[in-house]
Design a protein around this ligand. Structure first.
Ligand code: GLC
Length: 551
């Protein structure tokens, strides 16, 4: 039998280093802090960690604005700390991938400093410069972080493109010298022994030729410009070259952040034929998390999206499975219930995605059901995208109380509050003042407490990890959506050579009935105690995992 690639068997864990564990009391998490928590991750059953950016950076977008790709941000530690982390992780059988941010750099990167210095600079064309149109921006594209996607630069009076913050100028992927410098940097890290990358914003690297204005019937100042820089035709030429010059030469895992890539296009990006990335973070289910969307889960759409991706990947691809990360609000707050059914809904949402076919990613704190935070004033928000949005919306006349209400529900800072390790001061995250306030619920929601409690969310995750590892069917088995029409239940089976795994989750506060019978008789995990399938009544947010009895 063919051996399964290690990254298909692994369960992955995402670390947001600023907020994971501080070791020196400056209120910012760091690499020695991560090292001190490796034993925890090992005991949880993690086989792969993804660490968000730790490179030298002015921290305008918490490290996604890199000013030196080959140096570590001083608050996080040193290269020697990084090597030690890699070594300590490997000793425990944990692989390490880091974030690779190559759609843009910081405006403080020496490449950009040189590029902006004059129109004739050797690196001018490493970024995207255009002249203004009658004194205004070159076109009407809006930045993902609000406002125009163009910034005028006083040195030459030209504008540069920034899809994210104005301190994150976009690299020009049409320039081969720039691409070669990026490949060299990537190989420098791979030669250091890392196990791969999560590749940031990679679906944005190709921009629509000619940078045309977008239709603007409502006469807005700037227009959402996603279609002009997400998965734009022609991008695969760059992805192919990137992979050929770097990753393909090593035995590593790559996870592309692929906003705008549909399941129909996915096999151009991943899979045995394409030989490009190992897997993708697709955005379609996250799209259902929109700023304006109402709180309640749209189960029909959710079933649709997940099964579409599962089916698409059945033809030689592989899914990266997730419901949380540092860019979205906490799942239990958005789709579950922070109150009475907090434990049940956090575990039901976990079971809903975790045992589909693919590599599951857990975002720090998700495994203990961390919730959105409480923000009391607009000054509490640290995220650059929130700050820009506040500025823009104030100009449009929105009141501060309206903005506060919306940001409490949507801000990325909700997911970035410090990890809640214990009921000690600052949740055991830092002995100094944390850079972002700890969620006030840490005395109730923390790792130490949940580790001791067999019915905790944390132990539910630990059990799921063990179950997934206990039978190859959970790794390789074909996914099938069950009970498609059921309004409250999310259910699926996994089938592998006569073996069946089955997950049934009630994602509502209703008590519901399931009358169908399934060929998987052994209940292996439940969040309501180990009850029989019959009578098949599911309590609010009840989740059960079954499999064929293995003798
Ligand atoms: C990705 C990151 C996000 C960052 C953006 C710009 O979407 O996940 O945190 O702000 O890219 O680099």
């Amino acid at each position: 039998m063919q051996t399964i690639q290690w990254w298909k068997e692994a369960v992955a864990y995402q670390i947001y280093p600023r907020s994971f564990q501080d070791s020196d009391g400056d209120g910012i998490g760091d690499l020695p802090g991560i090292i001190s928590r490796l034993d925890y991750l090992k005991k949880l059953g993690i086989g792969l960690i993804w660490i968000c950016p730790i490179y030298q950076s002015p921290q305008d977008d918490n490290g996604y604005d890199i000013s030196d790709y080959q140096a570590i941000q001083k608050e996080f530690g040193t290269l020697a700390d990084f090597d030690r982390l890699l070594n300590e992780a490997h000793q425990r059988g944990i692989k390490v991938i880091i974030d690779l941010v190559i759609n843009h750099t910081s405006d403080e990167h020496p490449w950009f400093i040189e590029s902006r210095s004059s129109k004739t600079s050797a690196k001018r064309d490493w970024y995207i410069w255009r002249e203004g149109k009658s004194g205004a921006e070159p076109n009407n594209w809006e930045s993902i972080f609000s406002g125009s996607a163009w910034e005028r630069d006083s040195a030459t009076n030209d504008f540069y493109l920034h899809l994210f913050s104005k301190k994150q100028p976009d690299l020009n992927w049409e320039n081969s010298r720039m691409r070669e410098a990026i490949y060299k940097m990537i190989c420098w890290w791979l030669d250091r022994g890392i196990d791969g990358f999560r590749i940031d914003a990679i679906s944005h690297i190709k921009k629509q030729d000619g940078f045309p204005d977008l239709p603007n019937p409502e006469k807005k100042r700037y227009v959402p410009s996603f279609p002009m820089h997400m998965n734009v035709p022609g991008i695969q030429k760059y992805i192919e070259e990137l992979c050929a010059e770097t990753f393909r030469k090593y035995d590593v895992v790559t996870v592309g952040e692929a906003n705008g890539v549909s399941s129909a296009d996915a096999l151009d990006w991943v899979g045995e034929k394409a030989k490009k990335f190992s897997m993708l973070f697709q955005f379609e289910h996250i799209g259902l998390w929109n700023r304006d969307s109402q709180q309640k889960i749209n189960l029909t759409q959710l079933k649709d999206v997940f099964s579409r991706w599962q089916n698409a990947m059945e033809n030689g691809g592989w899914n990266a499975l997730y419901i949380e990360n540092h860019d979205i609000v906490r799942a239990v707050s958005k789709w579950g219930d922070e109150g009475r059914y907090w434990r049940e809904s956090a575990t039901a949402l976990g079971a809903m995605y975790f045992l589909m076919k693919g590599t599951p990613f857990i975002y720090q704190g998700q495994e203990i059901g961390m919730t959105n935070s409480s923000f009391h004033s607009l000054e509490d928000f640290q995220d650059v995208s929130a700050k820009n949005w506040i500025r823009e919306q104030r100009e449009l006349g929105k009141s501060d109380s309206e903005l506060l209400r919306e940001l409490c529900l949507t801000s990325r800072d909700n997911a970035r509050t410090p990890m809640q390790w214990s009921a000690d001061q600052n949740a055991g995250f830092s002995r100094g003042k944390p850079w972002l306030a700890v969620n006030r619920n840490y005395p109730q929601i923390n790792v130490e407490e949940q580790w001791k409690n067999p019915d905790s969310i944390l132990n539910f995750y630990r059990n799921m990890i063990q179950i997934r590892a206990s039978n190859v069917g959970w790794i390789e088995g074909k996914f099938q959506l069950e009970l498609r029409e059921h309004p409250d239940i999310f259910a699926y089976s996994r089938k592998f050579s006569g073996w069946t795994g089955l997950v049934i989750c009630n994602l509502s506060t209703n008590t519901v009935k399931v009358s169908e019978k399934f060929p998987a008789e052994q209940l292996v995990l439940s969040n309501y105690g180990m009850r029989d399938l019959h009578p098949a009544e599911f309590k609010p947010f009840e989740a059960r995992i079954y499999q064929t009895t293995v003798s």
